[in-house]
Structure formats: C-alpha cells, structure tokens
Write a protein of this length. Structure first.
Length: 320
C-alpha cells in the first residue's frame, strides 16, 4: 500500500475584486455589513469572475501540475468538487475542455457533490483512498465555483456567516511524487438544517457536528491541537474560532488570514490556505511550527477534514 501525498496545491481567483460593502444585500442591511466587516469577523473584499468556471479550474490545475512536476498525461483520475457545472450535457463539454487544456486527456473523471463547501475535502479523502489501495497513481482533485451558478448569485451565504467569492483550486494526490503525507480523513453529515429552529438549537447541532467530526478523525490518527494548524473554510473569523475552540484549537492554531483578502471561495478555501502557506518565501519555523495540518471544509450541514503531515515526503523513484 502506498502513502498518499498531497502535492503542489494551487489556485486561481476570480479576476475582479470588490468591497463586500458594495453588495446589494449588505447595502440594504447596514447592521449586518458592520458586523461582517468588523475586526472580529474580518471580511473586506470578495472576488468575482466573468470567465467560465473551466477557465479558472484549468489555470489552477496547470499551476498544480507544474509545481508537482507531473505531466497531465500521467494523471489517472480527476475528481471534480463543484456545484457550478451545467445540469445537462454541457457539463461533458466543459469537462472535455478542461482535460484538453491541461493535458489530462487520459484521465477518468467523476464529480462529487451534495456536501456544499465540504465536498472538496471529501474528494481529497477519496483521492487518498484510491492512491493508498493502488487503484490510481496520480489523482487530481479540482474544486471551484462561481456564485452566479452555485448560489444563484447570492453572496451572503452560510446563514450570513460568509461572503461567497469566485475561484478554483487544485491538488494532486500521488503515490510517489514529493508531497505532504495524507494521514487520515473524516466526514460528518446531518439532515438539512431547519431554518425555523431556535438559534440555540442550531448552535448546539453545529457544535455537536464539529465534535463528532474531530472524534472520527482522532479515531483514525491522533490529532494534537497544540501542534496542528487548521486550514478551514473562510467563515467569519469569530464564528470559525468559536466552533474550533470547542474542540481544542485556540485562535493561534487557525489560519484565517485570507478571510479579508478573498472572502469565502466555497470548497476551495482549505487548499488556498495550504498553497499560500507552502508558497511563502520564508515558511515559518520554530517552536510554534505545526507538525500537522487539518484541512477543514465546512458546509451548512456537512463537514469534512483531511489530516496532513507537515513534513514533505521525497519522491520515490521515477514518478512520471
């Protein structure tokens, strides 16, 4: 059995940037705007795109392949995590264009969905399983969404706790290219939240979901909050900090620096955090340096987490 490695996370954001305060739904609700743009919540700008989704995805994949040093023709499987593909045969044409643009013309493609912003991390866990059992050697995980398609144009999402941005991200999961070892994966699903439920009941349900998710992750591999860094979905900083404090992570162990810079790029957020961290000119070192990363995808009713070792494994032989 192979140890799956996550290689060369990369992303492409929507080409336009705008202040969240210019959103119609916030201009009509100044109190909500003030709360979301406060230091506690952290939102400032969001990204939007006029480009087709596959254009953003292709750019992210090309960066990922270049970083991993693996040609597109070597990719066996592509897992797409998106709610923005057409719901007809147009999706097949879009996917064919993606494969042609990136050279992944020999890959088998499948889509995953129904887990909102947790889908991409669920896809990453599935990619690791395919590599671990030898079914595939290189699996490309691609996430991406345009709010005009995924949310019907609504930018104020997640019960008002996030601002949706347009973007795409990609990561290669490989049996032998150099990358971070994938140690464990867990997911949690619940019935669709009742909007008429009392606030305390909704809060209790979400806290319970986080506890069950991290219990499931710990059952597969020890999770050490004091030595890990969580790379989560970009909800309001105070919201995500509250959920994660309940399972042992203080604010210093949660990466939310990009909330103000890019807002909530839906399923792509954890990979964007990882790409930014690994691509920093001078990666952080010292006593507080994380030994593990927790990639956390959070939707309204679903959660998925992938645990990574922070020390990259070297290439094993010829991986092309």
């Amino acid at each position: 059995m192979s140890t799956p490695r996550l290689c060369a996370a990369a992303y492409e954001l929507g080409e336009y940037e705008a202040p969240v305060t210019e959103l119609p739904e916030l201009s009509a609700a100044p109190d909500v705007a003030a709360e979301l743009t406060s230091a506690a919540a952290g939102f400032s700008v969001y990204r939007w795109s006029q480009a087709p989704l596959v254009e953003l995805m292709a750019a992210a994949v090309q960066k990922c392949l270049a970083g991993a040093g693996v040609p597109g023709k070597a990719v066996d499987t592509v897992l797409l995590a998106t709610d923005s593909l057409p719901h007809d045969r147009g999706a097949h044409r879009d996917v064919a264009e993606l494969l042609q643009e990136t050279g992944m013309t020999g890959a088998t493609v499948a889509t995953l969905g129904l887990m909102d912003c947790a889908t991409a991390m669920f896809a990453l866990g599935n990619a690791a399983s395919l590599v671990r059992d030898g079914t595939a050697r290189h699996v490309m995980v691609v996430s991406g969404d345009l709010a005009d398609l995924s949310t019907g144009g609504e930018r104020l999402v997640a019960g008002g706790a996030a601002i949706a941005s347009d973007g795409a991200a990609a990561a290669l999961v490989s049996a032998d290219a150099p990358g971070l070892p994938i140690l464990a994966m867990a997911h949690h699903g619940a019935a669709e939240e009742r909007r008429d439920a009392p606030p305390h009941q909704r809060l209790t349900a979400r806290l319970t979901a986080y506890r069950e998710l991290f219990t499931g992750l710990a059952d597969r591999h020890r999770v050490r909050p004091d030595r890990s860094l969580v790379l989560p979905s970009n909800f309001a900083r105070n919201v995500m900090e509250m959920y994660l404090a309940d399972v042992g992570f203080d604010s210093r162990r949660i990466a939310l620096d990009s909330v103000g810079r890019i807002a909530h790029c839906q399923g792509s957020d954890p990979l964007i955090h990882l790409a930014d961290r690994l691509g920093a000119p001078e990666p952080a070192t010292g006593p507080g340096t994380p030994e593990e990363y927790v990639l956390l995808g959070a939707g309204m009713s679903h959660l998925a987490a992938v645990l990574l070792g922070a020390d990259a494994l070297p290439a094993e032989g010829e991986f092309r």
